[in-house]
Design a protein. Structure first.
Length: 712
């Protein structure tokens, strides 16, 4: 017979009580934390999954903080860009006011001072900060990045060009601020790290440093050359460096990479318009660079080449460390505007009145319908007796009534004035729909008046009865500083009154030569089709007509060779051709087949290009007009940067929304994994309490029996 001892019963009761107490403690902990899993031992099978979910939530919390920080950067950047855009608009308003013909040079100087102060204000804006870090200084953001040299007025940069970014999802960082300035670099978008399979067409592309310096790059002509087939990344870079050195000179463009298989071209000079372009019939620009590429300027411009000592000054905050000059951007645009306003001094003519500009008051911006001959007639005096001007003979149809656009009116008027005065008067407008005449010289009497009883004076210039428009006081053209050397051919044949005479068909034919053998290009130029519609007849053509025909004929002939020539004149009745500075041999020669005399008729004989500096004169009104146009371009650039900031902001907000959604889902998973069912837990606590109480009562009865037995 099995005998159950009192001690065995006691041990069992003790175990029951201890287990009940442990369960009670577990239930109380679950009730307090709301979790069924509070330590790995609670559910070893689920703990790894639980830890993964918690880890994801922790990382997402950090990403959310990064996004919040990034949005603060972007919002501050957008505010700065908005202020910059308004400043450029204000400058444009001041510039248009300065262009008003009633302004004296003293008035323009006062406006120039206002705009100069705006440049200082923009430097302060470019030094905007957030949380003690400067927005537009890259990652070197402990000090204000921009500094304006009080001596030269130039703006310099002490930051770097690395963009500030934040990790917003695993392994992906996002730029959270617009670039303050940019390097003069072009970066490919094609990963070539594993090499690339090239065809014949993939070996050629073009590179431009500016519009006058565009070169064909042929990787198949290097030593050793690249060949169609699989080529290694390092071999591609070596061949490209050699080809660029040959085309532009050693050290002009450096070939590098970003350690991710993308080629980087670094212009080691102050290239104005650095680009990778397509070459006719070739695909190298796409295969090697991902398409045509250009330098993207920062908000405030790009850095000049640090290899040029003239582009650097010592940093006043960090003596011994250089700062690099900023090119382009709003600082340059406003600086050019100040220079235009200050160009030259007010000069008195012999009669004591500066007669340089003449501005009408009739608004012609919407064009005009002319119904009578009288509306097209007026007189112009230029240091002499009035000269009758009749625009009817220059109309496209020659019959009335006729409706003309403002540009057509200006063009017709220019033709008429050129026939009467040569290049002495230029026709322009004041940007407000009023005709502007500019006398190209220090004249003492410049007037527009009525031609008898005709009304052209009133219709075109807004004159009133008995009134005479005199030259408006202002700056007269002054010689500009020596310009940049270009590869010029300037004809010695003088074309009086800016008219070119053609006596025979041979006068329309000549040859142009560019470069030395074996790269020599020689083309025969025939102006017959472009100037005489294919049917020659002796006579005169205006200089402007000849230049238009030359531009088309010459550049049509050179386009297959990716070459170009600029056609202009020297302002003194001589034709001028300008070639790329890298052209080694530039000539105008007699044509042999077919025989031609165009070299004599147009240029005064065979000519050879020379490097010379532009001098000429600087037209203040034209400078001002150019500065206003550049202001508009700069304002458009600011809008583009704002669009970019807005796109980044929306992207970050979208990622934040996704993280918020993910957080809700992950917390739902956590609830499923370790969430407490309160109703069930309440029942279990009650049941455990009953068991515990029963165990205590049984233990009490057992202890009583054991004690009595002991006493007996």
């Amino acid at each position: 017979m099995l005998r159950i001892s009192t001690s065995l019963l006691g041990n069992n009761l003790r175990n029951y009580i201890q287990n009940n107490l442990q369960r009670a403690a577990k239930y109380q902990e679950q009730a307090a934390t709301g979790k069924t899993i509070n330590r790995p031992s609670d559910d070893p099978a689920q703990i790894s999954y639980l830890m993964s979910v918690n880890g994801t939530l922790t990382r997402n919390e950090q990403y959310s903080r990064n996004i919040e920080d990034g949005l603060a950067y972007l919002n501050q950047s957008d505010s700065a860009l908005n202020t910059l855009g308004k400043a450029l608009q204000d400058a444009k308003i001041l510039a248009l006011d300065a262009a008003n013909g009633t302004k004296s040079q003293q008035d323009r100087e006062a406006i120039a001072l206002q705009i100069d102060k705006q440049i200082d204000a923009l430097v302060d804006l470019a030094n905007s900060s957030l949380g003690g870090k400067y927005l537009f200084s890259g990652r070197k953001n402990a000090q204000p990045p921009f500094y304006r040299d009080p001596a030269s007025g130039e703006v310099y940069y002490r930051g770097d060009t690395n963009l500030v970014s934040r990790e917003i999802i695993f392994g992906y960082s996002y730029e959270v601020v617009a670039a303050g300035v940019a390097d003069n670099y072009i970066t490919s978008t094609v990963d070539l790290s594993q090499g690339v399979l090239l065809t014949d067409k993939d070996l050629k592309f073009r590179v431009a440093l500016d519009e006058n310096n565009v070169q064909e790059i042929d990787l198949g002509s290097c030593t050793p050359p690249l060949h169609p087939g699989l080529n290694k990344f390092e071999d591609i870079k070596k061949a490209m460096q050699q080809a660029l050195d040959t085309a532009f000179g050693a050290g002009t463009i450096a070939v590098d990479d970003d350690a991710k298989g993308h080629i980087i071209l670094k212009a080691n000079n102050d290239a104005a318009d650095f680009k990778v372009l397509a070459s006719a019939g070739s695909t190298g620009h796409t295969t090697l660079f991902g398409g045509e590429r250009t330098v993207v300027d920062g908000v405030f411009g790009k850095l000049a080449s640090p290899s040029n000592p003239s582009n650097q000054i010592s940093d006043p905050l960090n003596p011994g460390h250089p700062m690099t000059r900023v090119l382009g951007g709003p600082f340059k645009v406003l600086g050019d505007l100040v220079a235009a306003l200050r160009n030259g001094e007010v000069q008195d003519s012999a009669a004591g009145v500066p007669c340089s500009y003449l501005t009408g008051s009739a608004d012609m911006s919407g064009g005009k319908t002319f119904n009578t001959d009288d509306e097209l007639k007026f007189e112009v005096a230029l240091d002499g007796s009035p000269v009758k001007i009749d625009l009817k003979g220059y109309l496209p149809t020659g019959t009335l009534p006729v409706t003309m656009s403002f540009d057509d009116i200006k063009s017709v008027m220019q033709q008429a004035l050129t026939d009467k005065f040569g290049s002495s008067i230029s026709v322009d407008d004041d940007g407000k729909g009023n005709i502007l005449l500019i006398a190209n010289g220090n004249v003492t009497n410049f007037t527009v008046s009525a031609d008898g009883t005709n009304t052209g004076y009133n219709v075109l210039f807004g004159g009133v009865s008995g009134g005479v428009h005199k030259g408006i006081p202002g700056k007269l053209p002054n010689p500009s500083a020596a310009g940049v050397a270009y590869n010029y051919i300037t004809g010695s044949k003088y074309h009086p009154d800016n008219k070119v005479e053609f006596k025979t068909a041979d006068d329309l034919i000549f040859d142009v030569v560019l470069n030395d053998p074996p790269k020599e290009v020689r083309k025969t130029i025939d102006l017959t089709d472009d100037l005489f519609a294919g049917s020659f007849s002796p006579g005169f053509k205006t200089m402007e007509e000849v230049k238009v025909a030359l531009r088309k004929a010459v550049n049509d002939a050179l386009q297959p060779d990716n070459l170009a020539i600029t056609v202009d004149d020297d302002g003194e009745g001589h034709l001028r051709l300008t070639a790329n500075n890298n052209v080694t041999n530039f000539k105008v020669l007699a044509s042999g087949t077919p025989p031609g005399n165009g070299h004599n008729a147009l240029f005064g004989g065979e000519r050879t290009g020379v490097f010379e500096k532009s001098s000429g004169t600087s037209n203040p009104m034209q400078q001002l007009d150019d500065a206003i146009k550049n202001l508009e371009i700069a304002h458009d650039d600011v809008l583009k940067h704002r669009v970019g900031v807005g796109a980044r902001t929306r992207h970050l907000q979208s990622v934040q929304d996704q993280l918020d959604d993910q957080e809700i889902k992950l917390k739902g998973i956590l609830v499923e994994l370790q969430g407490v069912d309160i109703a069930k837990l309440t029942v279990e606590i009650a049941q455990n309490q009953l068991v515990h109480n029963a165990s205590l009562m049984t233990a009490t009865d057992l202890l009583k029996t054991s004690l009595l037995n002991y006493l007996k």
